[in-house]
Design a protein around this ligand. Structure first.
Ligand code: G6P
Length: 607
């Protein structure tokens, strides 16, 4: 969601800004723009559409300035059009601003500024920031930005340039991500690391309400009271290739193919001498003995990982678990105490509803353990304890490898808690550990079977509506399989518990309706076979996903995608890869923009 890049140095800013924005395309956007300080004035070029349109527009201008800010906008206030695109410029032409987030009190501020004679051109909330900085500007840009942010309610990551100050620019943030890149003779700001990785690996992570003042040789960071803050340099250790397609047609395919490796990276360091060792957290047996409840809170794909987590923790550690979508949890006044553990799951570590759910949990005294992919992200920093998923950068909007690693961490947590509570015997624990260690090679085998899935997709990509049904862990998987499909192929899809089908949804099954059935749970296999017979009797075409050993499934389903014979408990890690591949090939066959699906954003930093 909205990407920000800023540059100051010796090089021409515009191409650096546009290249940086390209690296943030995954966040989702519908318009883009840059403002560059050029020959004594601020020049703004912006337009609706893809960065290619912006590039063409910029090519027709002479933009030679060495200071600038750029933005990709994901529309919230006002439709995607040229005028609503960022940067926004003050009436005086002095101040240009890019913004990610939502200014919640913008109407009040707009009325105030209008009463002072400011004219508004756009429908955005952001334009008030440009005019407010202008209004507060009395010759000191830092003071003006500080006064401005003290008046803003809501969330923001901001880049601000001023035509009076050609040798500097400012950045500030609250609840929306922003980093500062530290170069030699040049400095940067960006919403995320990939935007600046080709220039520097040293960054500052800005905290809420911090303001960074950048010139080409120095970066100073101040708190809201204007006191300088000493920042630690964070060194990014992943390489540029991790954020590139490396020969794959789509990031999504590259990321699915990385699943064996990232599963190994996530699982192996946490298994030592056959035992699970979660040494980055310190959840004591006594705490788990007296625990009241676990709440798993997340959004989207991470929420679906949480649903699997509930099954696992309840089954193995015998602790009651509730799973909530963060946007509901944070507003429903959840019952929490210091005996509740809240597990927050987030790939980006920046999803705003999830971040606020975390803060609400801490405010109520609960302990917060997070499962996060992006090191140093807001959720990771604000949690009491963190377990990282070592999935590396995930660029495709549709989450794949991050989900598999979130599952892996949830297995480790469930086993660790079960061991500490004495609810699992050594033999069972050893068996699960052995199976977890096998998962990278199991998923590799699932990936090798991709042609079968591709073939099936090439025959069914015209489907108008697809149902996913499953029982137990397979129901949790169905939810994620269905989400993946609708996100990238735009095919209507719903996930249902197999046993719930008869209570309404079966009315929608008719001749040719496609039904996808993950069937990895031995004890529920017969029940699922009955469900398949029910939908087939009404004309459905059934694609089943099951372990090789389950020969009886072949007798009822139209097509069976086989996964290796793994224990039902760990099967979700492998089965989901088939479903991700299915969504991918359906979308590719339909000619969809797989990595950047319409209307979606990778990192949802507004409510
Ligand atoms: C967006 C993304 C999803 C993701 C969800 C939660 O909707 O498109 O892929 O699952 O946000 O994101 P998080 O970064 O918190 O896991």
């Amino acid at each position: 969601m909205c990407g920000i890049v800023g540059y100051i140095g010796e090089r021409c800013a515009a191409p650096i800004l546009i290249n940086g924005l390209k690296k943030l395309e995954y966040r989702g956007y519908d318009s883009a723009g840059v403002a560059v300080f050029d020959n004594g004035a601020l020049k703004v070029v912006k337009c609706k559409g893809r960065l290619k349109c912006l590039e063409e527009k910029v090519a027709n201008e002479t933009l030679e300035g060495k200071v600038g800010i750029g933005h990709t906008r994901w529309a919230t206030h006002g439709e995607p059009n040229d005028v609503n695109s960022h940067p926004h410029i003050s009436n005086s032409g002095k101040i240009a601003v890019v913004h990610n987030g939502i200014i919640e009190n913008y109407i009040k501020l707009k009325e105030f500024l209008q009463s002072k004679g400011y004219n508004f051109e756009s429908d955005t909330d952001t334009e008030v920031v440009a005019h407010l900085v202008d209004y507060n500007y009395k010759g000191d840009l830092k003071e003006a930005v500080m006064s401005t942010i003290s008046e803003l309610e809501g969330s923001y990551a901001l880049g601000v340039i001023c035509s009076d100050c050609p040798d500097m620019f400012l950045a500030a943030r609250k609840d929306s991500p922003l980093i500062v890149g530290l170069g030699r003779g040049e400095n940067f700001i960006a919403s995320d690391i990939p935007a600046i990785l080709e220039h520097t690996r040293d960054i500052y992570i800005l905290e809420d309400k911090e303001i960074a003042v950048l010139d080409k040789d120095n970066v100073k960071v101040f708190n809201i009271y204007g006191t300088e803050v000493k920042k630690e340099v964070f060194h990014v250790n992943w390489d540029v290739a991790a954020a590139e397609k490396s020969g794959y047609k789509h990031f999504m395919m590259k990321e699915m193919c990385e699943e064996p490796k990232v599963l190994k990276d996530t699982i192996s360091p946490r298994i030592k001498d056959g035992k699970i060792v979660l040494d980055s957290i310190n959840i004591e047996p006594e705490y788990l003995e007296n625990i009241n409840r676990i709440h798993i809170v997340a959004c989207g794909t991470a929420y679906h990982a949480g649903v699997v987590g509930k099954y696992l923790i309840e089954k193995l550690a015998r602790i009651p678990v509730e799973v909530d979508v963060a946007s509901e949890f944070r507003y429903r006044d959840p019952l929490l105490s210091d005996k509740d553990l809240v597990i927050i799951i987030s790939q980006s570590g920046e999803t705003i509803d999830t971040l606020f759910a975390l803060r609400e949990s801490k405010r109520k005294g609960a302990r917060v353990l997070s499962i996060v992919n992006v090191v140093g992200s807001s959720i990771a920093r604000e949690s009491d304890e963190v377990l990282y998923t070592w999935a590396g950068p995930e660029i495709a909007v549709a989450s794949t490898k991050a989900y598999n690693t979130q599952l892996a961490v949830l297995y480790l947590i469930a086993c660790d808690f079960a061991k500490k509570r004495g609810t699992i015997d050594d033999e069972q624990l050893e068996r699960i550990i052995e199976q977890l260690k096998e998962m990278p090679s199991v998923v590799d085998k699932v990936l090798q079977n991709k042609e079968a899935i591709q073939k099936f997709s090439s025959e069914h990509y015209n489907a108008k509506s697809i149902f996913f049904i499953g029982r137990g862990l397979d129901y949790a998987l169905s939810m994620e399989g269905s989400l993946k499909l609708k996100e990238i192929s735009y095919i209507h899809s719903e996930a249902y518990a197999g046993g719930e089908l008869k209570h309404g949804t079966i009315a929608l099954i008719e001749k040719g309706t496609l039904v996808v059935c993950p069937m990895t749970q031995d004890d529920l296999l017969e029940k699922m076979i009955s469900n398949i017979r029910e939908v087939k009797a009404r004309g459905a075409v059934v694609l089943a996903i099951t372990q090789e050993k389950n020969k009886e499934v072949e007798k009822v389903a139209d097509v069976v995608i086989k996964i290796p014979d793994v224990d039902p408990l760990v099967a979700p890690i492998a089965a989901i890869t088939s479903m991700q591949l299915f969504a991918y090939y359906m979308a590719v066959q339909k000619g969809c923009d797989v990595d950047k699906p319409r209307n979606l954003a990778k990192s949802v930093t507004v409510e």
